[in-house]
Design a protein around this ligand. Structure first.
Ligand SMILES: NC(=O)c1ccc[n+]([C@@H]2O[C@H](COP(=O)([O-])OP(=O)(O)OC[C@H]3O[C@@H](n4cnc5c(N)ncnc54)[C@H](O)[C@@H]3O)[C@@H](O)[C@H]2O)c1
Length: 309
C-alpha cells in the first residue's frame, strides 16, 4: 500500500471511492476533503468504523482543509456540480472549471508529487484544467471515463450473451460523452471476435446503449448520477498505480502526437504503473473508428477553448 490517497469531494462518487480505496487497503491513510462542513468528517468516521468489521487497516479521515492531505501519493478529484435546470453546458463548464482550478492549486501546494486522477465532468476538459494549473507532467494527470464506459459496454455484452463479464475484453476510447468510441474491432469473448457471436443489429444497439449509459442511470435516479461504477473505475486506476500493475486501461491522457492528435486529453489505451501514465498505446483503428476518434477530439477541443482559466 502507499502512504496516503486523497479523495477530493465527499459526495456520491468521492465517498464511494474512498470506501473502495480503504476496503482494498490501497493506502495507509485515506483522506476525504470537501468544502461542505461536517460531511467529509462524518462519512470518514463512519467508514473507519466499518474497518473492524470489514477488516481493513486503512484509516479514513475527513477534513475541510488540505493540511491533512499533505504529501498524498494519489489524489482522486470528484469535486464538482451537476447541471441544474436553467444552466447551460458552458455554465457547468465554467463552474466546474473554477472548482477544479481551486482544487488543483491546493494539490500543487500540498502534494506536489501526487498522481492526479480526475473524475469531475466535463471530464476531458477538467483534466486539461488540472494539468494547466498543477503544471504536473502528463504522466501524473489522468482522467477516468474509459474504464467506466468500457465496464458498461462489457456488462451489456455479458448480459446479452449470458456469459461472465470477466470473459469480455473490450475498449472504449475517445471523449467522455456522446462521441465516445467503442472499439468493436477489438471486442472479444475470450479471444473470439464479438462479430462471430452476435449479429450486427444487437451489437449496434449495445454500442448505442453504452453511449447513453450515464443518461440511462440519471433517468432512473432523477436526482444525481451514477457513482458505484464510476468510483470503481477511478479506484481500478489507483490500484494499477499503487501495485505497479502495468495494466492496459482506457484513460483520458494528454496526447502528444499519438493518433495524430496533440494538445488535448482524450481516452486512449494507457499503461498504468507506479509512475502513473507509463505509455500511450497506439493501436490500429478501422476507418470508421479513426473518423469517430477525430470527431470525438473535435468535441473536446471546442469546450477546451471556451474554458476560462
Ligand atoms: N468521469 C466520469 O465517468 C464520471 C462519472 C460520474 C460522475 N462524474 C462527475 O463527478 C463529479 C461528482 O459527482 P457526484 O455524483 O459525486 O456529485 P455530488 O454532488 O454527490 O458530490 C460532489 C461533491 O463535490 C463537493 N465540492 C464542490 N466544490 C468543491 C470544492 N471546491 N472542493 C471540494 N469539494 C467540493 C460538493 O460539496 C459535493 O460533496 C461530477 O462532476 C460528475 O459529473 C464523472
Amino acid at each position: 500500500m502507499v502512504n496516503k490517497i486523497t479523495v477530493v469531494g465527499a459526495g456520491n462518487v468521492g465517498a464511494t471511492a474512498a470506501q473502495r480505496v480503504a476496503e482494498k487497503e490501497l493506502a495507509r491513510t485515506v483522506v476525504m476533503v470537501d468544502i461542505a462542513e461536517g460531511i467529509p468528517q462524518g462519512k470518514a468516521l463512519d467508514q473507519w468504523q466499518a474497518a473492524p468489521i470489514e477488516l481493513y487497516d486503512s484509516r479514513v479521515i475527513g477534513t475541510n482543509d488540505y493540511d491533512a492531505t499533505a504529501g498524498s501519493d494519489i489524489v482522486i478529484v470528484t469535486a464538482g456540480i451537476a447541471r441544474k435546470p436553467g444552466m447551460s453546458r458552458d455554465d457547468l463548464l465554467n463552474t466546474n472549471a473554477g472548482i477544479v482550478k481551486s482544487v488543483s492549486e491546493q494539490v500543487r501546494q500540498s502534494s506536489p508529487d501526487a498522481i492526479v486522477i480526475i473524475v469531475s465532468n466535463p471530464l476531458d476538459v477538467m483534466c486539461y484544467v488540472a494539468k494547466e494549473v498543477t503544471g504536473f507532467p502528463r504522466e501524473r494527470v489522468l482522467g477516468m471515463a474509459g474504464v467506466l464506459d468500457t465496464a458498461r459496454y462489457r456488462m451489456f455484452l455479458a448480459e446479452a450473451l449470458q456469459v461472465s463479464v470477466e470473459d469480455i475484453q473490450a475498449m472504449v476510447l475517445g471523449g467522455h460523452g456522446d462521441t465516445m468510441v467503442p472499439l468493436v474491432s477489438y471486442t472479444t469473448v475470450s479471444g473470439i471476435p464479438i462479430t462471430q457471436l452476435m449479429d450486427r443489429a444487437t451489437l449496434d444497439a449495445i454500442v448505442d446503449r453504452t453511449r447513453n449509459g450515464g443518461a440511462e442511470i440519471v433517468k432512473h435516479l432523477k436526482t444525481g448520477s451514477a457513482y458505484y461504477a464510476p468510483s470503481a473505475g477511478a479506484v481500478q486506476m489507483a490500484e494499477a498505480i499503487v501495485h505497479d500493475q502495468k495494466r492496459i486501461l482506457p484513460c483520458a491522457a494528454w496526447l502528444d502526437g499519438e493518433y495524430g492528435l496533440k494538445g488535448l486529453f482524450l481516452g486512449v489505451p494507457c499503461k498504468l504503473g507506479r509512475r502513473g501514465l507509463e505509455k500511450v498505446l497506439e493501436v490500429e483503428l478501422t476507418r470508421d473508428e479513426r473518423a469517430a476518434l477525430d470527431k470525438s477530439a473535435e468535441a473536446v477541443r471546442d469546450p477546451m477553448k471556451a474554458v476560462k482559466l
